[in-house]
Write a new protein. Structure first.
Length: 159
């Protein structure tokens, strides 16, 4: 294109091409950053963390002797599952009680199913679990197949 002064003005054929490429690169970088966090969480040899809270809906005050446990289980093959890790909630348990389970990331297989379950109980006189007060009512899936590594557990009163 020329004007009356015989100078040439060139227009860029696609002025938005540079902006679109930059936007695509930024989107790709954000996507890769998000993926790398998930991949790092389950990197072999590393510790990974499962956390959340344990609570219940009933408005009762538990005896001071009630303690609890939160367990991470592999339930892929059915049955009661295979325990991978556990954390104790020391007495007296007051809700909501935070929990954090550290576990070996190498034991997590993305093709398998994992749940977290909690139980609040009074210890038996000889040790072990005595009277169970509250427990997880249904499987609470975590870690794989799009399930989170943070889970708020709302327990139901045991019968």
């Amino acid at each position: 294109m020329t004007n009356g002064n015989s100078s040439t003005i060139r227009k860029k054929p696609f002025p938005m091409r540079g902006f679109a490429a930059l936007a695509a690169l930024l989107a790709l970088a954000a996507l890769l950053a998000g993926c790398s966090e998930k991949l790092q969480l389950y990197r072999p040899g590393a510790l990974a963390t499962l956390s959340g809270t344990v609570s219940f809906r009933q408005r009762i005050l538990l005896p001071l002797t009630v303690q609890g446990e939160v367990r991470l289980l592999d339930v892929t093959d059915g049955g009661d599952g295979v325990e991978l890790a556990r954390v104790e909630l020391p007495a007296p348990v007051r809700a909501p009680a935070p929990y954090r389970i550290d576990f070996d990331a190498a034991r997590i297989d993305q093709r398998r199913n994992y749940v977290v379950e909690a139980t609040l109980y009074e210890p038996a006189t000889g040790g072990g679990t005595g009277r169970v007060w509250f427990r997880t009512p249904a499987p609470q899936y975590v870690l794989t197949h799009g399930n989170p590594a943070y889970r708020e557990l709302v327990l139901e009163m045991a019968r």
